[in-house]
Design a binder for this molecule. Sequence first.
Ligand code: BV8
Length: 264
Amino acid sequence: MSDSQLEHVAARLAGARHVAVLTGAGISAESGIATFRDPDGLWARFRPEELANMDAFLASPGRVQDWYAYRRGVVRDAGPNPAHLALVALEDLVPRVTVITQNVDGLHAQAGSTRVLELHGSLARNYCVDCGREAREEELAAGDGTDAGGGVDAVDDDTGPRFTCIACGGLIRPDVVWFGEMLPRDVLEAAVDTASNCDVLLSVGTSGVVYPAAGIPLEAARAGAFTVEVNVERSAIADALDLVLVGRAGEILPAVLERVRTRS
Ligand code: BV8
């Protein structure tokens, strides 16, 4: 990533009415949260179809509940990093910033972003698949995978549910979008509308392989926005975007924000 590239992006941001930011696991990597597809990623040990879908959950509820309990533990110990904070600072320099995130870790809201669209739900919410009742955190402690000595390898093969609904005995699942499940309609519609009407879209830390989320930057490009990728390597959608800044989000976003600030 060159200085002139940073200046170019800063100039576009400084003149923008509405900036959209699509984020993926890469923006949380610097908070210590493993990504999905990097060599040491969450799914390096498991394939998505093994854990993040309803069939896998019904076949081995305990294993899936342990995996999410482990991830809740990792997120609990993590905090926003300079990349998240740079997006918060952008809100003081641009009339409207909308963060569209694939992440379920809640770190954008925790950092202070005020307009966040969670395409794939949140680890913080869990509910009963039978009666729909939201489960409270303390109901999940019994099966907290982190008690198993931490580490995703701690997810053992026992298939029985770790915890069930205290009201009806049904299975408790995380309020995240699994493969084969529809995204929340209102959130997806808001995200597509944002992509269609923003001046600049930053795609930060996503491999661009999961749809419909990966289609959001493509929609922004189609609608005429200036589109930029921030990633340590080119993603599957990089060729469709205007500019690719290769590097860590925790380094590039603060550097861009400094340049926008000096222009304001
Ligand atoms: C649906 C929540 C209707 C759960 C997740 C159209 C075309 C093709 C396929 C499909 C399609 N429509 C639907 C599909 C099927 C499927 C899909 O896309 N499959 C893919 C694998 C081909 N999509 C669905 O099922 C979706 N549902 O559309 O319903 C339907 C259903 C069936 C058939 C047709 C229609 C639901 C998808 C949601 C799945 N849930 N997460 C949970 O978290 O447990 S997906 C999960 O992976 C994430 O949420 C994210 O969305 C996705 C991709 O992960 P990334 O965030 O990009 O992370 P990844 O590790 O891949 O990459 C990290 C990147 O960061 C890398 O590029 C790396 O280089 C970079 N990086 C690392 N460090 C840094 C960095 N960058 C910057 N700085 C750093 N420091």
